[in-house]
Design a protein around this ligand. Sequence first.
Ligand code: SF4
Ligand code: SF4
Length: 457
Amino acid sequence: MALAKDDRVRTIGEGGRRVWLYPLRVVGRFVKARTAVAWALFALLLIAPWIDVAGHPAMLFDIPGRRFYFWGLTFFPTDAWWLLFGVGIFIFSIFFFTAVFGRLWCGWACPQTVLMESIIRPIEELIEGPPSARKRLDQAPWSAGKVARKGLKLTAFLIVAGAFSTTLVAYFIGRDGVLMAQAFPSTHPAGTSFFVVLTGILFFDFAWFREQTCVVVCPYGRFQSVLLDPDSLAIAYDAGRGEPRGKAKAEGTGDCVDCRKCVVVCPTGIDIRDGIQMECINCTACIDACDSIMDKLGRPRGLIRYTSERILAGQPRRILRPRVVLYGVALVLLVVGFSTAVALRAPVEVNLARLPGAPYVQLPDGRIQNMMQLRISNRAGAVRHFKVALEGPEGTDVSSPVADMAVAPGAVQHFPVLVVRPADGVRETRFRLRVVDDAGVDLGVTGTFLAPLTEGG
Ligand code: SF4
Ligand code: SF4
């Protein structure tokens, strides 16, 4: 990756002073496309915890209940393998997509960019006006008008932060949980704290921290130098076509007229003509800005465009490189492995455990009774009704005080099971039960019957 002429962070001035940027908002084909993608992603993000699929929220990380609902699938702690697959798919997706598409994620899907560019900056412009008006307002002494504008803007940011926090918290404590946490903090202090802290972080980000999240905090930008290569897609300035810069009518100049529109629209304050830089979040604003200038001049678009360093150097782009093949194969294997494991996993899982307390009791008729607990996890999308029966050995009686062992979809239920055997003096007897339901499930589960030792036992 080419280095910029200087690696100064534009938002940090002398002595660590915050340098405030006033990027001009530009509208062009890329910004329009990105805005459409942003709203589709917002819709997906915002509805998932609020709608039901197969009787549960479409997405819920129910940590106290130790289960995860994902668009109709239910994962229990015993499905921990999905976490390994999930982490693997996440890591190799980053490797693969960055190697091929560069920082497409940053510009098109990262919540920070999407929120800032599609909601926060438009609100700011609506209330405080274009960059020149915003700069004048910031430099003006405090007045009633300035307080009103700033107050209105910050209130709007707080509402957006609160709305997004509500949904993000709902991913973990459910929609009822988050609404209870907001309405009655004493009923859910952890949920209320989570909501307040998250709202505070988002508000701080919207109101002050902004692009510094990308250029100072986000680790992804720092990984670029290892993940990108000269064939990765990047937004870059075509210096071969643009240089030397000069007035439109000047002789012997390139296509760049040095209007600096690509610089004034940049939300991280960089000049893309200095080369591909770590601060570039691939927001595409400079492409649209420069295309609008080229349109006015009657010159071809694309002086700044999606390209690669190799193409800019006049060489053919190589899509298939060793790293792309390696990451791609690993990603496909992980996705296939995950899909196969999900498709083949049993819809019902049963476990048998001994109830705490006395391991056995002697009944009035002299037989020995063990009290067990049957745990049934129903991963299916419908209620299931189970029965338990003995498989062996003979002479064992099995029953449950619960006549209808009904388990809701995505739920885990525990049922008491009484196992009775004659007092034959044998300390431990292995037995096996069958758990069947009305939809074809027939599962075996093994337990150990404990009895007191008697003489000769
Ligand atoms: S917008 Fe285009 S023409 Fe204007 S300075 Fe940037 S690269 Fe040059
Ligand atoms: S250089 Fe262009 S794509 Fe990169 S952050 Fe600035 S405006 Fe966005």
